[in-house]
Design a protein. Structure first.
Length: 307
């Protein structure tokens, strides 16, 4: 993985939580669904129930489902709806504890040593491991912020060793830094873990979480999502896009479209001034909703049935 991607993976911050009392504390799944809707996220009854129980029981929530169904967006909406701070840890193969937890700012430490040496101080290492030289990565950020929603995104992409480390951090809501001692969360973050099921996550991690499989929305709810997120899109077009996306998911495609792709397609069609989807326009814009040549060719061959 490139250094740039690694930096993005460990510096993304947003709203998350695990047991924090947030500004808005919903008293029912329906109230949580309404709060999420106020942020633009339309959750079905099952997801609203899972989110509500995670909040009330102070348990991590493990969300599994196809890519693009709104797992990551749910964590961001939950943080916004409850007034919590979002901290995001993007997982990838090779992610280790140092990249997820903390690191020392070596350039500043070297400057500190040089300054001490220039002043003729003999205790050159005094203050070298001061808290001001510590770079907090997402897991440490989540422990130090309250209320907080910690999003561990695509945990299935991380290695088994990182899963074991994550399990320990979540169980204790604390870490020990040898040079500084133990840092414990005043209020444990509400943790949302997501997985696209590229591999099975260990049972030990799942057992400590509430679980919910996030389904693709039905046509009616997907139409509502499109209209909420893209209010300028004509209602007829939103319905056509949602219906076509639903039919594509029933095909044996390499990568069926998620809601994220439906939004991209609707936005592209709206940019073209489309208000009524026809087969020529649909075929010409499939690159906005499908990401594999084989999928595009298959859908184009049956475009009349899709519409």
């Amino acid at each position: 993985m490139s250094a740039g991607n690694a930096e993005q993976a460990v510096h993304d911050t947003g709203a998350a939580g695990g047991g924090a009392a947030a500004t808005n504390d919903p008293t029912s799944p329906a109230e949580l669904a309404a709060l999420l809707a106020s942020t633009g996220y339309l959750a079905d009854d099952g997801l609203a129930m899972a989110g509500y129980l995670a909040l009330r029981l102070r348990r991590p929530l493990f969300l599994e489902g196809d890519a693009g169904v709104g797992k990551t967006a749910f964590a961001a909406a939950l943080a916004k709806a409850t007034g919590a701070q979002l901290v995001r840890l993007q997982c990838y193969e090779g992610l280790d504890a140092a990249q997820a937890l903390y690191d020392w700012d070596f350039p500043r430490q070297i400057l500190h040593l040089r300054a001490a040496e220039a002043e003729g101080r003999k205790d050159l290492e005094n203050g070298l491991y001061d808290r001001r030289f510590l770079i907090a990565r997402p897991l440490l950020q989540a422990l130090e912020q309250s209320p907080c929603v910690l999003l561990v995104d695509e945990v299935d992409r991380a290695d088994d060793e990182f899963e074991a480390f994550l399990l320990e951090v979540l169980a204790d809501a604390a870490v020990t830094i040898p040079e500084l001692g133990r840092i414990e969360a005043k209020t444990p973050p509400l943790t949302i873990l997501t997985s696209n099921r590229t591999r099975e996550v260990h049972d030990a991690l799942k057992r400590r979480c509430l679980y919910h499989w996030v389904e693709h929305p039905d046509v009616e709810r997907e139409t509502q999502i499109l209209r909420t997120r893209l209010p300028d899109v004509a209602e007829r077009l939103a319905t056509q896009v949602a219906s076509a996306a639903r039919k594509m998911r029933e095909l044996d495609l390499i990568k069926p479209p998620g809601v994220a792709e439906s939004l991209d397609w609707a936005a592209a069609l709206d940019t073209l001034g489309t208000t009524d989807l026809d087969k020529e326009t649909a075929a010409a814009t499939l690159g906005a909703v499908l990401k594999y040549r084989e999928d595009i060719e298959r859908v184009r061959a049956t475009i009349q049935d899709i519409l």
